[in-house]
Design a protein around this ligand. Structure first.
Ligand SMILES: [Zn+2]
Length: 58
């Protein structure tokens, strides 16, 4: 069992309220599937969550 800091997160789009699941170590940026607002920004392997985090999933 590896200890990982990677998680799936349920986030809420600040613009349209859509909730979707994102990976916090996504290799690329993630956008809201409804309105296209950035939810995760990729910074060279480390992701910055720019949406509201609702829940951290195991
Ligand atoms: Zn949205």
């Amino acid at each position: 069992m590896s200890k990982s800091e990677s998680n799936f997160l349920r986030v809420k789009c600040g613009d349209c309220g859509n909730q979707q699941i994102v990976f916090d170590h996504a290799a690329s940026k993630v956008e809201c599937i409804i309105c296209g607002k950035s939810l995760v920004k990729s910074k060279g392997g480390k992701s910055e969550i720019v949406a509201q985090i609702i829940e951290v999933m195991d």
